[in-house]
Design a protein around this ligand. Structure first.
Ligand code: ATP
Ligand code: MG
Length: 494
């Protein structure tokens, strides 16, 4: 599995199945208009187009080109192969010979992934080498690749195992963005359907924030022919496609309130109806919902139904933020794990073995609002920047978009050209500015003693900025420097 999202313009459930082999989320459309809406709303990495679907395929290729950069792969048959060159000219990216051409689709997905650097990262993506088991919170790494050894992550894992072993349905997973909610959801699915015994049960993920209310409803429940303009065929919804497997509803708080009532019905009755349908369809899937918002606050703000909340909240799995003291000890382990498993620079793979003490301290000091995802990005960036066999503090760039007075603007987010001393001076100046020059707080922020802070302020000659004072005054001079107006010191250039 390598891509994030695919839109398939096809009437066949087999094509949905095919797409799911290479993509985390798959949306299917019945009509060109619906496909265009889905493409616009979901920003897919891949568009699959069933050749048999429409006589207006060329028109669609031209129209899709205007709304998305995603490559369009046409699914045809051997007889259509003569058209390949023509379709390529019209903007198609590649061609599958029939709906069973999985091996070619996998090749294409890998190519797209390489080109756009889209990847399902971490344990679920391409892992360049076998990962040692000592990273994982318990000794069943193959199923649950949750890295960590803090009590907090061990507790999360314990709850994940308990819930997976029970018949709990629905399951709610809560935690800030990037803490690993989807990882936990997939863990539950894998524990309930071990690949060796039960590889067929699907894990179907849908991001509730990605689609408009109408699209989401017809994606989840499907629709019957004639349910609305353009619905000229029955459509199978994701709930039905999840069958006896798992439907993962990511960002459940974003489901529009009307649809929440319909979802509640599914959870209570285990049945649902297609849009425009009258037949009750049985749902056997485990429904796992995740939220990075505080659902109680959403209830208070009348954005989330209280009854749905209580229905979901049977045995919630919570994941602590990475910046909280309870998870701080996971940071070095996760950093090393991402260092060992990242595929971002294949030529450096296995060559950078560890991080320096200072680099680790830098990571431990930070509060990680983007949690594990942000840490993974910082480590991958560090791998790109690092030129030695150890990640040093200079390669740790927490926020690459933040303007930095020592950055070389010409490299546009590339390698920085400042020394450790300059970086240290910069950090100290920022901490002092942020705390309004309260040295005790600044020292605490920096993780150093007040005495060290005083010494560094003196060493780097950092002075408090006043509206008239330059930030980097020149060393004391007995006579004005040439060109200095009114005898004021000239700012030292770095
Ligand atoms: N404990 C962990 N061990 C290893 N990788 C992790 C861990 N937690 C998170 N990750 C990685 O961090 C990234 C984000 O995880 P995931 O998508 O599961 O987060 P999320 O909570 O669903 O985020 P969001 O709320 O933004 O959807 C993924 O690459 C995932 O593999
Ligand atoms: Mg998620």
């Amino acid at each position: 599995m390598s891509l994030r999202r695919t839109v398939a313009l096809s009437r066949q459930a087999e094509i949905h199945e095919l797409a799911r082999q290479v993509s985390r989320e798959v949306f299917t459309a019945d009509t060109i208009a619906e496909a265009s809406d889905l493409i616009e709303a979901s920003n897919p990495d891949l568009i699959l187009l069933d050749r048999r679907f429409s006589p207006h395929i060329e028109q669609f290729l031209l129209a899709a080109d205007k709304i998305s950069d995603a490559p369009i792969v046409v699914i045809g048959s051997d007889e259509d192969a003569g058209e390949i060159a023509f379709l390529e000219k019209m903007g198609a990216y590649d061609y599958l010979r029939g709906k069973n051409d999985l091996s070619r689709l996998k090749e294409i997905a890998e190519r797209i992934e390489k080109q756009s650097n889209v990847r399902a990262s971490g344990p679920w993506g391409n892992t360049p080498q076998k990962t040692p088991d000592y990273f994982f919170a318990e000794d069943f790494a193959a199923q649950v690749s949750l890295v960590g050894h803090s009590d907090a992550i061990k507790h999360t894992l314990k709850m994940t195992r308990l819930v997976a072993a029970s018949r709990c349905n629905p399951v709610l997973i809560v935690g800030e963005t990037g803490t690993g909610k989807e990882l936990a959801a997939r863990a539950i699915h894998l524990l309930r359907h071990p690949p060796a015994q039960d590889s067929k049960e699907p894990f179907v993920a849908v991001n509730c924030a990605a689609l408009t209310a109408n699209l989401l409803e017809s994606e989840l429940f499907g629709h019957v022919r004639g349910a609305f303009t353009g619905a000229d065929r029955d459509k199978t919804g994701l709930l039905e496609l999840a069958a006896n497997g798992t439907l993962f509803l990511d960002e459940i708080s974003e489901i529009p309130i009307d649809l929440q009532a319909k979802l509640l019905r599914v959870l209570q009755e285990q049945t649902f109806r297609k849009v425009g349908g009258i037949k009750d369809i049985q749902s056997n899937a485990t429904i796992i919902a995740s939220s990075n918002r505080n659902l109680k606050k959403e209830i208070d703000a009348h954005r989330f139904r209280q009854d749905l909340y209580y229905r979901l909240n049977i045995s919630p799995i919570t994941i602590a933020p990475l910046g909280s003291p309870r998870r701080k000890q996971d940071i070095p382990l996760l950093a090393e794990y991402f260092l060992k498993t990242s595929a971002i620079c294949p030529e450096k793979s296995g060559k950078i073995a560890s991080l320096t003490k200072l680099a680790l301290e830098e990571l431990e000091k930070y509060h990680w609002p983007g949690n594990v995802r942000e840490l993974r990005n910082v480590i991958e960036r560090a791998i790109l920047y690092e030129t030695t066999d150890k990640i040093g503090v200079n390669s740790i760039v927490i926020d690459p978009t933040e303007p930095c007075e020592f950055c070389d603007g010409s490299t546009a987010g590339g390698i920085r050209n400042y020394s450790l001393a300059k970086a240290e001076r910069e950090l100290i100046s920022r901490a002092l500015q942020e705390t309004g020059w309260q040295k005790t707080r600044a020292a605490a922020l920096l993780g150093i003693t007040r005495a060290t802070l005083y010494a560094k302020v003196k060493q780097y000659n950092i002075v408090e900025k006043t509206p008239h004072a330059p930030e980097h005054p020149a060393p004391q001079a007995s006579s004005p420097a040439p060109g200095a107006p009114n005898g004021q010191p000239v700012a030292a250039a770095y």
